[in-house]
Design a protein around this ligand. Sequence first.
Ligand SMILES: [Zn+2]
Length: 345
Amino acid sequence: MMELPRRVLVGQGVIAELGRFVRELASANRVIVVTGPHVKQKLGKRVEDSLKSAGIAITWFVSESATKDIAEQIAKQATKEKVSHIIGLGGGKSVDLSKLAAFYSNIAFVSVPTSASHDGMSSPFASMKGLDKPYSIVAKPPAGILADIDVIADAPRRLILSGCGDLVAKITAVKDWELARDDVGEYYGRYAASLAMLGAEMFIENASRWKDCSVDSVREIVEALISGGVAAGIAGSSRPCSGSEHLISHALDLIAPGKGLHGEKCGIGTILMAKLHGLEWDKISKALKSIGSPTTAEAIGIDAETMAKAVVMAATVRPERYTILSKKKLNNAEAMKLITSAGVA
Ligand SMILES: [Zn+2]
């Protein structure tokens, strides 16, 4: 089963076209817009004007945090108000909240990312507090994605660089997927794998240019992140986007909460897992370094021992997901050796 976005609009200043964009998706006359207080203040008026001028009534749902309970609350309100769409306007949190609320209420979801720190803007997966799993769960893919490059380029530089870490992660995610096909007979989709890999390859080739975070660079990064999420939609699983490097990031979420952004942790995890896979890990490390992304544990405020612990623990975070970590079963000393030899500590 493939579930894909029906319309994707990427461009400068396109936030002003949100009303028309939603109207063309379906006969919308009422929507709920989920966002955070900061984004509401910054973009609220433009979003409201655009939706209203397209004849769409709007209810704001402003939330600072993202939990399963809040997603359920949004789903209830959206059902009660009979809205046609739940629009997620913001960085990861608002988009994930909307995605999960859309899944609970079976109402279409529109993704309007205001930063590009990971591929959640286009994927069918959501992660947040209150879910019983420390990793992303299947929710609902967006019916439409509207990405305003001016808005995203205006977000802190660290966020877009983190997005590059989520891009490069596809190298080890796809390698782990191949391994699962070969070792345990798991379904493998060549097309979805190639699509995900394309974004990672583009990053390796263009990192030194993307470093400028110009409008052109940001557009390419955003398009690559969207393609990654679409690859997951084609595969019907997060396999093409998330492998052992993501498991390390999830383990760090558990043992060192609040340290490093998702994409930063995935980028470092990719260096380590590429080395374990016997891939050209130094190329990955060099590309991340050249764009200014962290490549060491210290750079995200984690010591070598904690990093080693996360690598060992990663194999147990999601036991049913077969990766290089399931195969190699590293102990603490081996994990430490890997970390030092890959220059992560
Ligand atoms: Zn990710």
